[in-house]
Design a protein around this ligand. Sequence first.
Ligand code: TYD
Length: 428
Amino acid sequence: MKYDAVIFDFDGTLTDSAPGIINCLHFALNNLKFEVPHESVLRKFLGPPLVDSFIRYCKMSKEDAIKATAEYRVRYLTKGLKENMVFPGIRELLFSLRESASYLAIATGKPQNSSEIILKHFSLEHYFDKVVGPSENDHFADKTNLIQKALDGDRGHTVMIGDRASDINAAHELGIDSIGVLYGYGSKDEIIQANPTYIAESVNDLYSLLGVKRTENNRGYFITLEGNDGCGKSTQAVLLFEYLQSCGYNTVKTREPGGSEVAEKIRYLLLDRDNMGMQDMTEALLLAAARAQHVRDVIKPSLTAGKIVMSDRYVDSSVAYQGAGRMLGMDVISQMNAPAIDNCVPDLTLLLEIDSSTALRRRESASETDRIEMMDDGFHARVEEAYQKLALLYPDRIIKIDASGELEQIAQSIISVVSERLEKAGLP
Ligand code: TYD
C-alpha cells in the first residue's frame, strides 16, 4: 500500500447520489416558484456547496438560496438520500483498503448528519476512521478545512480522492497527493485542468494507483424468504434486492420452484391447474428435483463467486407445504431434499408472518391462484404451524419478520436484520 491515509470525497466518488440530489433540487425550486434549469445545469450542483450553486445558476439572492437549501433538505432527509447507490466496486475497494490497515476518512461538502445517515443506510460506516462534513448551517464550507479536519493531525503519506476540481485544489493547498476520478460528476476537462497527481478512469484503476492488493472474496451469502401464501414475500424480495444492489453488493435474485431453465419447466408442471391429478408424492419429488437443478445451476456457482444469493422460497417451503400441508411428514421431506440441496443450507431465512385472516383475504383477492395456492384453509393452517416449528428448531437461521404493517416499515425491518448479518459474516 502506497499511502498511510486515504481521504475520500462522498458524492460522485463513493456513491452515485445524482438522482436523489436532482429530484430534491426540483422539489426546492418548485416550492419556491423558481424556474428549474436544464438537467445539464442541475448536474453542476453535484459537488460544490448548494447555496453557492443556487446563487450562481438560479440567480438567487443569498437569503433565497439559504431558503432553497432548507427546502432541499426536507426532501433529502426523507427520500433523496435513498435515491442513491454505491458505485460498483467501491465496497470491495474499501474492504481491500481496510485489510491493508491504512487510515480511511471522508471529507465531504454534504452535511455531517446526512453523510452519517447515508453511510449507515449502506452499511459502510465501519470502513471509516472519521467522517467530516459541515454543520447544517455552514453553507460555504471550504474543502481544505474539511480535509484537514478529516486528517486530524499528520497521518503521513496522504492522498485525497475526488471527482471535482475543488477536491484536487484543496489537496494542492495542503501539499498532499490527489486522484481525480472520471466516473463521477466532474468533466474530464475540469479534472485535467485541476492537475491531480493521478487520474482514475474507473474504480478498478484505484487499486494500482493506491498500490493496494485486491482481497479475494469467495465467501458468498445465502438468504431465503419464506412464508405462507399472501404474506407479501415476493414484493419484499424485490425491495430487498434493490437495496442490496444499491449498497454495491453483487446480488442474485432467484425463486423456487424454478430459478433455472430446467427448474422453471418443472415449475410449470407443478403449478399448472390442469394437473389436478398430480399425486402429493409426485409433487414433493418434482419440487426436490427442481431444487437439485436450481442448487447446481444457480445457487452454488453464485455463492462460490462470492455473490449474495436471495431466493424467494427454498427447502423450508417443501417441509412446510408438502411435509405438513400435504401431510407427507416434515422429516420425510427433509430427508428427501438432503441430496437435492447437497449441504447448501441458507445462512439466513426471513420468515414473513401475518395473521391468518389477512393472509386469507389476500389469497382470495389474488387475480389468479395456482394449483398449490388453491388449497383450503386447513392446508394453510398446517403450513403456518410447520413454519413455527421450523423457526423453533433453527432459531439462529430463521428470523421472524412481522409482515402485517406498512410496506416501507416491513422493508426496513428486513434491511436491519440483513445488514447486521452481512456485517457479522465479514462480507465486504
Ligand atoms: P409462488 O408462485 O412463488 O407463490 P408465492 O408468491 O406465494 O411464493 O409459489 C407457488 C406455490 O408453490 C406456493 O403456493 C408455494 C408452493 N411451494 C410448495 O408447495 N413447495 C415448495 O417447495 C415451494 C418452493 C413452493
